[in-house]
Design a protein around this ligand. Sequence first.
Ligand code: SF4
Ligand code: SF4
Length: 445
Amino acid sequence: MSKTFSLGGIHPHDNKISAAASIENFPLVDTAYISMSQHLGAPAEPVVAKGDIVKVGQLIAKSSGFISANIHSSVSGVVSSVELLPDLSGTMVQHVVIKVDGDVWMENIDRSEEIVGEIKLSGPEIIAKIAECGIVGLGGAAFPTNIKLSPPPGKKAEYLIINGAECEPYLTSDYRIMVESPEQILIGTKIMMRALNVKNAYFGVEDNKPKAIKLLKKIAGKNYPEIKIVPLTKRYPQGGEKQMIEAITGRQVPSMGLPIDVGVVVQNVGTALAVYEAVQKNKPLFDGIVTITGNCMTEQRNFRLRVGTTFDTMMYAIGGLPKDAVKLISGGPMMGKAVCRMDAASVKSTSALLLLTEAETKRGVESNCIRCAKCVDACPMGLEPYLLNRLSRADRIEDLEEHMVHDCIECGCCLYTCPSNIPLLDTIRLSKAQVIKIIRSRPKK
Ligand code: SF4
Ligand code: SF4
């Protein structure tokens, strides 16, 4: 029987209309715009300058702090500038711009199709290789993977969980990875188990992906019995870290706590593939699997896309922006970010580009709260969204902290269910940021 979490959640239509689209290599771009802020933490520091010639996979920027990540070129060619350019929300961020010339890769990257099963590196060597290759979490937050695989003193991981829920509607990049590269991601899981020194791993997959579950169970059962494939109920936000941990282990991550506080480390399917490629193939993270989808598109696509490809270029490659598309979202409809700049470029964690029509984006007119409590029933964190919204609008910061606004995972379930069309997520998100800033500024006890 499928497992699930205990509180709240919703059942939006999953719209996995791109599920059958096999992964294609995205055509080579003319120019790559590679951001220095592709991960959580300090931006990377460029180590190349205008006029330098670079190869695919060459280091172009170095991690600049404890939480930061190396960045490698996704193309070969000549660096034409290092300059501030807008990201998808319009914020100016330093980029390395490379004029593409051919497709020349670093010689030490193994480009063969051969699957390498034997893991030769020790735990510390694996963590060093992952850091060197600039691997970050590809489930959304882009947290440097080497840090996540190095629990702080006094904490010990008992389980590794691979998150293959892909509970956001429309997204199918993780699904395609699971059905096209199952052996590689199971080896990636084994590599991370060695890095963490854990004996057991769980691989959670929503039960709307029976083909992936069957395939993974077959391969894991034969070659990797220490990795258990766990079917999960199709229910949003099943892929939330805290929801997945509860569904699989029954453990509850404490307020303001981390999965490692309950002995768990969670990594995404895409990250498992990136780890496999880094450790077994010496390939840094400079590309990823991206779904381009929407009901207004005639053909749904999944691409292996190089980092630094602009949204404009993506639209050009699919034959232009469909005429009824009015909004582009990077990611899924529940937690994705609106694309405000078509000249902005993809980053390591870009997983999807969703095209929506006017009818699909229309928000109803806001009316008064009717105290129906639908938002409370839907909240997977046990919060009272109607109350948080009221407190937020009254700027009652202390009360917001008392009512645990900082525990909000910004899943949008409350907004989705509200019959009065109150923009609950928008107000709660703003207050959450304020409260977390205050909590973090307090001296540690
Ligand atoms: S966005 Fe926050 S408040 Fe709303 S349902 Fe999700 S966790 Fe609860
Ligand atoms: S769902 Fe909307 S209308 Fe119902 S209690 Fe919550 S905020 Fe009020």
